[in-house]
Design a binder for this molecule. Structure first.
Ligand SMILES: Cc1cc2nc3c(=O)[nH]c(=O)nc-3n(C[C@H](O)[C@H](O)[C@H](O)COP(=O)(O)O)c2cc1C
Length: 353
């Protein structure tokens, strides 16, 4: 029976255990450039024993940033500081991953500690946001400019260029962000997509943009490297994107070259009633995994036995932790002790474990 500390091989990459650091925006970058904070933040969790370290939502174009302080990968100059990060993570025996993203209609807001509110037109940090349809995310948010088919294609190419740069920066695991109400999710959901062209209406049309992005990315993301997509498995509202559609989509992912579906939920409607609780998104991972694709489970996974159970019960192939990793960067080392497994302790820390 597979447990949390068994290695996982996807294509030619072997991850030393099933513990991953979920992508988490740090909002502390200038012009998208990685910096010492990112190196130390991700590096500490690699030294802390996690097998997979996924760098946060990293914008494929500048207007696709959630805040002006997001990480970016829209120009070649972004590559060298990211190389430092991937090199250190690999030196610690972990696999460096990155999430490439476009925030769509939820872009151009202040960072959380500056209030998270949308940036107003009179602010020098304002830019026009874009989306599937001219429907604002919530009161006070910008009404996005509806993308034309040509502009949609240009963004798919921007994802491809982002993937190419991620490769050059040394990442070995790539995740396309199609969750949480950001651009790609906003095309999937009938709530945010009211288009009448080939990108709106039917299921086949709403998923078209995401499949085009996957196709562009797979042209450059090498065959021996794993590709993941994070989706919101449900919008949690009537007439929204559903788990049934997520399962349908997952069936199409495998032939498209996607190896892992990272199963999150919500984020596209501000007032959706989300029943948050321990492991509340795990059933989505289990349902999607039944299609044969590998999955990552995420969402209030905090205890070692809980994460181990998810893997043992074959509800997911990877357990991703977000906030618990912020509280405890060495979570994986502690979990190994709790589960009586050999902890991957760096020699510098041996006397502490
Ligand atoms: C500070 C912070 C930043 C986050 N940034 C991202 C992100 O960049 N991309 C993403 O897909 N999810 C992001 N999330 C969501 C997490 O990846 C994770 O899915 C969520 O926090 C639930 O997991 P948890 O209960 O273990 O924290 C963020 C969460 C937090 C707390």
């Amino acid at each position: 029976m597979t447990n949390l500390f068994d290695p996982l091989t996807i294509r030619s990459i072997t991850i030393r255990n099933r513990i991953g650091v979920s992508p988490m925006c740090q909002y502390c970058y200038e012009d998208g450039f990685s910096n010492d904070w990112q190196l130390v933040h991700l590096g500490a969790r690699a030294a802390g024993g996690a097998g997979l370290i996924i760098a946060e939502a990293t914008a494929v174009e500048a207007r696709g940033r959630i805040t002006p302080h997001d990480a970016g990968i829209w120009k070649d100059d972004h590559i060298p500081p990211l190389r430092k990060v991937t090199r250190f993570i690999k030196e610690q025996g972990a696999v460096p991953g990155i999430q490439i993203a476009h925030a769509g209609r939820k872009a151009n807001t202040h960072r959380p500690w500056d209030g998270s509110s949308p940036i107003t037109m009179d602010d020098p940090q304002f830019w026009q946001v874009v989306g599937a349809s001219p429907i604002a995310f919530a009161d006070g948010y910008q009404t996005p400019q509806e993308l034309t088919a040509e502009e949609i294609h240009a963004i798919a190419i921007a994802f491809r260029h982002g993937a190419e740069r991620a490769l050059q920066a040394g990442f070995e695991f790539l995740e396309i962000h199609a969750a949480h109400g950001y651009l790609l999710h906003s095309f999937l959901s009938p709530h945010s997509n009211h288009r009448s062209d080939q990108y709106g209406g039917s299921f086949a049309n709403r998923i078209r943009f995401l499949l085009e992005v996957i196709g562009e990315v797979r042209k450059v993301w090498q065959d021996h490297l794993p590709l993941a997509v994070r989706i919101s498995a449900t919008d949690w509202v009537e007439n929204g994107w559903t788990i049934t559609e997520s399962v349908e989509l997952a069936r199409l992912f495998i032939p498209a070259g996607v190896d892992v579906v990272d199963c999150s939920s919500g984020g596209n409607l501000p007032k959706a009633p989300v029943p948050v609780g321990p492991g509340y998104q795990v059933p989505f991972s289990e349902a999607i995994r039944s299609t044969g694709v590998m999955t990552a489970a995420v969402g209030l996974i905090t205890a070692p036995a809980q994460a181990d159970q998810i893997i043992r019960n074959q509800q997911a192939d990877i357990a991703l932790l977000g906030r618990e990793m912020l509280r405890n960067p060495s979570w994986a080392l502690h979990a190994a002790h709790a589960l009586r497994q050999a902890p991957p302790v760096p020699p510098q820390y041996l006397r502490g474990f």
